[in-house]
Write a protein of this length. Sequence first.
Length: 150
Amino acid sequence: MSETLIHRRVAEARNGTNPTVISRVRSGWVVAGDTQVVFGYCLLLPDPVVPELNSLSSDDRASFLLDMTALGDVLLEVTHARRINYEILGNSEPALHAHLFPRYESEPPELRSGPIWLYDWSKAPRFDRAAQHDFIGAVERGLTARGLTA
């Protein structure tokens, strides 16, 4: 598999240079989305990187999916979203990674029930670690309280 953005971001997480890292978990890394199209947008990046979910052993699949849904539970608590949308695509970055999008009642009605990809991402704020300090700490505490941090 050729190197993807996911490979680079995991390598940066390992060496401490990925500013979006929130926490290390059993199956990989919880990171904030570069573009915060909705507040609390996070990703779960597997470590080691694999091409797709089906590339993992049964135990590793279970670990990744449990970490993903536990992160969703934490995001629900921290953001007070009405739901979490989970997406594992891999089309433009052919390496396993899961997107977690908190969805809110306060979203514009014409976008609220559609896929997040309908938003104008160019108008969304970029991730700002200092501005999201409280959010990052709350997510990390939530993951730690569930025994998920590595």
